[in-house]
Design a protein around this ligand. Structure first.
Ligand code: AMP
Ligand code: MG
Length: 345
């Protein structure tokens, strides 16, 4: 089952992956409106739920194993859907195992350090999933589009002259290589939004009172630099998609589809890590058996010695008898249909 899921996910996300070493031109290579014509929105909800389930299951194992950490970097233009994606995709995981860090305009203290410092300070621990809502990639995006931001970084002339972006790409690749080599998987997701969809989402923020807080005139002003951002994103994808930390370009015009893609990439990554619950040794097993005997001896009159075990046995029996809840059956059937379609696509 796990193998089958892994194959399905790998196939589904393959078109989103930026092949390391390939030259990307966003407008030519990726379509923000893409939504895999073979998938219906209704099936999408089932796959998203399956992705959420896989994440919950594997996140628990990741935490128990305490060897690997996962860093998810989310990049997008304003209104790209980063916040909603995090909310939906991570809805099933234990909040104790996930940390979300957002990055805004750097503070004075942050500008007193090297440009990767503030990101390094918020890296996940082993066993954790860390989500960067905006990430170190802002250092080659907004900072590139607005050169005055680079001037504020108090860099020596040798670090900001010609070749500064190539240099930063190499530094970022090296940093990620170091992290990946030491037990931290890096998942890089770019939510690719069209200019027209951004316009519509901004208007929604203006028109709906409960969305007003999200709107800033500065965001709309930033649309003047649309082409510069597209060029900066293309160059970033070209130079920083690596074998150890590839980029995935997520078509973001349809939120429901973007969320499926993100959950598929994350599930694929976690299945790839394949974290295991630590094995219990003989001494510990002996301990458990003794404790069980003690607790069973304390059963009040008339109560089962181990009510939980009775429940487990009943569950196993109903599974063997082929009984399945209606919901489980529906989900299994939809997943089988989707699998068949993905296999054909
Ligand atoms: P938001 O995520 O919408 O709350 O906005 C955060 C703002 O901080 C965005 O306009 C980003 O472009 C900006 N920002 C994030 N990182 C940096 C950075 N390293 N240098 C300058 N501005 C940044
Ligand atoms: Mg904003």
């Amino acid at each position: 089952m796990a193998d089958e899921r892994a194959r399905l996910l790998a196939k589904f996300i393959e078109p989103l992956r930026v092949e390391p070493g390939s030259k990307v031109k966003l407008a030519k290579d990726f379509d923000p409106g893409y939504k895999a014509s073979f998938l219906k929105k209704k099936e999408g909800a089932t796959i998203l739920q399956a992705g959420v389930d896989v994440l919950a299951e594997y996140q628990a194992r990741l935490a128990a194993q305490d060897t690997w950490g996962v860093l998810v970097c989310l990049q997008a233009l304003d209104a790209g859907g980063k916040d909603g994606t995090i909310r939906h995709v991570m809805s099933g995981v234990n909040p104790q195992g996930v940390h979300v860090s957002g990055f805004k305009v750097p503070s004075a203290e942050e500008l007193d350090h090297d440009y990767l410092w503030r990101y390094a300070c918020r890296l996940p621990r082993r066993g954790e999933i860390g989500i960067f809502n905006r990430s170190h990639y802002e250092e080659v995006l907004v900072v590139r589009v607005h050169p005055e931001l680079l001037d504020r970084q108090k860099l020596p002339p040798s670090a900001k002259g010609k070749g500064v972006w190539q240099r930063r790409y190499a530094e970022i690749n090296d940093w990620e290589h170091f992290l990946a080599g030491n037990g931290f998987k890096i998942v890089k997701l770019f939510l690719d939004l069209s200019k027209e969809e951004q316009r519509i989402r901004f208007l929604k923020r203006v028109d709906l009172p409960d969305k007003n807080w999200k709107f800033s005139a500065a965001d709309a002003h930033e649309r003047k630099y649309w082409d510069d951002y597209q060029a900066a994103f293309s160059d970033m994808l070209t130079h920083t998609s690596t074998e150890w930390a590839p980029w995935y370009v997520i078509p973001a015009d349809h939120k429901w589809f973007a969320r499926i893609c993100v959950s598929a990439v994350l599930a694929h990554t976690l299945i790839g890590i394949d974290p295991r619950y630590p094995k219990v040794d003989a001494a510990k097993r002996q301990d458990l058996a003794e404790t069980k005997a003690l607790l069973e001896a304390e059963a009040p009159k008339g109560a089962a010695a181990d009510p939980f075990q009775a429940e487990l046995e009943a569950e196993a029996a109903s599974e063997q008898a082929g009984q399945e809840t209606k919901q489980a059956r529906k989900q299994r059937k939809t997943m089988a249909k989707v699998r068949a379609k993905v296999a054909k696509a």
